[in-house]
Design a protein around this ligand. Structure first.
Ligand code: F6P
Length: 547
């Protein structure tokens, strides 16, 4: 069944939310906490080893009730069923959206157009397992008989960001293999990687769903050319493997069909790390850890599918995000993990969120008359505190932020971890309470500051507070908890797309730039600038003259 087409602003819940917003917008969170000492009891969710405290939001019980009404009135329940059951909900590409099948149990039956996909999913998983074990154990060797020491993942977008983020996040669990990532068509990127590797001991994993992506094909050809300076053509089969849906193009590249890991068109690029696109993750941390990552995602899938909406973590996060995006006019959301391991989480979720929900046409084909996709950005704490937190604390914009922290550090260093986590707690507290004039004045009095100086300085030292945050406290960063965390955000993205009545699983907006780049490349090659606007012609002429 296709997703229903319901303009959210036409629902009764939306109208009530608008009235409710008008009534509550000037109420501060400080007052809400003051008025209800047990507020946090109402606004927290516990699931597995996740604790979500969403009490530091500009909401009351009525807000949640109305947001839940909105979820019901846009048909979220039916949409979730269609999503998990393999309906063709990616309507503009006529495809199912089934990354959840990739982490489902083997016994599950998930059909796409009448065919159970689980046997194929597990056949590929078993292939990943066998291949990983052979490479990690050293049974599979390079063309001179040496074991592999390095892996290079060649891909871009979803064929790079997921594996790169997960390998970075799980480096504590890593084995001896060095894993590198080449994505940008910038030749300096690939050349910097080439500098670090030895052709005899490096395995190249070319990841491209379509096997037509300019960046990935150019980088693969450059690397193959470099490889063939020391090896023979037939050695390519030993050192290059591919993950793709496009067997013909992969074979034409010289890759042995036995070394192709298939994927399916019902896996979107930005949700593909659960497929063989995650081969580099499996190679880096071993298959069992990779499988645990998938298991964690599967547990979150079950939670999302079965928990009542008022107990459902992804639904709650999505509704809060809609509340700020569409009623408070928030344009962006910050993502602040308090672990250096998650430094690539924000770039990863930028693709997930912004490629999915950066749409302005509703499911009925007409332009939407409300805001959609939020802008996602962020950096780990505490680094971000010393970079952009000033703006969140005292700037003019409302920036809801997710704080993600872990109870246990991986190396057990409590000295560092307690300092890290005291910052984690302090920041959301500071964002909630701010600092009043009276508090600032009391500090001045204590310092014995003159009346004139105090009066001049006071406005700059006041923090209004009332800045919304979600706090997600997870027991420990493990492959399993990372899997759950990523799946949580994937489902948040899905819920938002359903509410905003858009198609979250296509990405037509990235095509135009690709097409223009191809015709501009022809002009650069032939040194003839054709018809452009005056700015583009001016720039191209400057480039050609000075290159
Ligand atoms: O940026 C557009 C996009 O199609 C992404 O959705 C995808 O992740 C990326 O390009 C790479 O595509 P492919 O895996 O086909 O090389």
């Amino acid at each position: 069944m296709a997703l229903q087409t319901i303009n959210p602003t036409q629902t009764a819940a939306w109208a009530k939310l608008q009235q409710h917003y008008n009534a509550i917008a000037s109420t501060s969170m400080q007052d809400l906490f003051q008025a209800d000492a047990s507020r946090v009891e109402k606004f927290n969710l516990k699931w597995n080893d996740f604790l979500l405290d969403y009490s530091k939001n500009r909401i009351n019980q009525e807000t949640i009730t109305l947001l839940l009404d909105l979820a019901n009135q846009v048909g979220l329940k039916e949409a979730i069923a269609s999503y998990f059951e393999g309906e063709l909900i990616n309507q503009t590409e006529n495809r199912a959206v089934l990354h959840t099948a990739l982490r489902a149990k083997e016994s599950a039956v998930i059909t796409v157009e009448g065919q159970n996909v689980m046997p194929e999913v597990y056949a590929v998983k078993n292939k990943i397992k066998a291949f990983t074990n052979e490479v990690v154990s050293g049974h599979r060797t390079g063309y001179t008989g040496k074991t592999f020491t390095d892996i290079v993942n060649i891909g871009i977008g979803g064929s790079d960001l997921g594996p790169a983020m997960a390998v970075e996040a799980l480096q504590f669990y890593k084995n001896h293999l060095n894993v590198h990532f080449v994505s940008n068509v910038d030749g300096d990127h690939v050349n910097e990687i080439i500098k670090k590797i030895n052709p005899e001991t490096t395995l190249f994993v070319i990841v491209s769903k379509t096997f037509t992506t300019q960046e990935t094909l150019t980088n693969s050809e450059t690397i193959k050319e470099w490889f063939l300076k020391s090896a023979q053509q037939e050695d390519v089969a030993k050192h290059f493997v591919a993950v793709s849906t496009n067997l013909d193009k992969v074979t034409a590249f010289g890759i042995n069909p036995d070394n192709v890991f298939p994927m399916w068109d019902w896996v979107g690029g930005r949700f593909s790390l659960w497929s063989a696109v995650g081969l580099s993750i499996s190679l880096a941390i071993g298959f069992d850890n990779y499988d645990a990552l998938l298991g964690g995602a599967n547990e979150m899938d079950e939670h999302f599918k079965t928990a009542d909406f008022d107990q459902n973590i992804p639904v709650t996060l999505a509704l809060l995000s809609v509340w700020y995006n569409n009623f408070f006019g928030a344009e962006s959301e910050a993502l602040i993990p308090y672990t250096q391991y998650l430094q690539k989480l924000a770039p990863y979720l930028q693709q997930g969120t912004m490629e999915s929900n950066g749409k302005s046409v509703g499911r009925d084909g007409s332009p939407v008359n409300y805001q959609t996709g939020t802008i996602i950005w962020g950096e780990p704490g505490t680094n971000s505190q010393h970079a952009f937190f000033q703006l969140i604390h005292q700037g003019t914009k409302i920036i809801p932020a997710d704080f993600i922290g872990f109870v246990k550090p991986l190396y057990g260093d409590d000295n560092h971890h307690d300092k890290l986590m005291s910052n984690f707690f302090a920041q959301t507290e500071a964002l909630l309470h701010g600092k009043t004039e009276a508090q600032v004045q009391a500090e001045f009095d204590q310092q014995g500051l003159s009346k004139e100086k105090a009066a001049a300085l006071l406005p700059f030292k006041v923090f209004t507070g009332n800045k919304p945050t979600n706090t997600l406290l997870i027991q420990k960063l493990t492959p399993k908890s990372l899997g759950s965390l990523i799946a949580m955000y994937e489902h948040k993205i899905f819920v938002q797309g359903v509410i905003w009545n858009i198609f979250s699983f296509d990405q037509w907006g990235v095509e135009l730039g690709k097409q223009l780049a191809n015709s501009i490349l022809d002009e650069i090659n032939s040194k003839t600038v054709k018809n452009h606007d005056s700015s583009t012609s001016f720039l191209l002429n400057h480039f050609l003259k000075n290159k």
